[in-house]
Write a protein that binds this ligand. Structure first.
Ligand SMILES: [Zn+2]
Ligand SMILES: [Zn+2]
Length: 141
């Protein structure tokens, strides 16, 4: 049991835990209507990883919603405490988004971009040095 993980995390009640074995492929923040609703605040911060490097234990519930571009995002949460943990977009099911607030240590997080800035509430202050898009830019994979 000497395996070294890039990061570990879990939900509030501890029934869902995860460990990640490689660095993120990208990191971002989103202020869209869906992200504000599901986070209960001004934005969601995500790091995106190759799905095969994220090991999840414990059962999750999920909810599908359709994005502006017509893809489907499946979001996974703990059925016990409601913590929102993961998201997978139908455009690339090999990538999983992990909600930064569920990490045991998130000090390394630095968003590469901020999207849906046009939906950002004025009270939600962001680092102005981060590339910011009013909507969703075309994502390069
Ligand atoms: Zn939980
Ligand atoms: Zn969003």
């Amino acid at each position: 049991m000497t395996e070294k993980y890039f990061a570990t995390g879990g939900c509030l009640c501890g029934k869902v835990k995860y460990s990640i074995s490689s660095a993120p492929v990208r990191m971002g923040q989103c202020h869209c209507d869906d992200c504000r609703k599901l986070s209960g605040t001004g934005h969601v911060s995500n790091a995106f990883f190759e799905k095969k490097s994220v090991l999840i234990s414990g059962e999750t519930s999920n909810h599908d919603s359709v994005t502006d571009s017509g893809s489907t995002i499946t979001r996974y949460f703990c059925p016990e405490c409601g913590s929102r943990l993961f998201g997978i977009n139908s455009t690339n099911i090999n990538i999983i988004g992990v909600t930064i607030g569920t990490l045991d240590d998130s000090q390394w997080f630095k968003p590469d971009f901020i999207v849906y800035n046009k939906r950002k509430p004025e009270w939600d202050f962001m680092d102005e040095s981060i590339p910011t898009f009013e909507g969703m830019p075309p994502i390069q994979k």
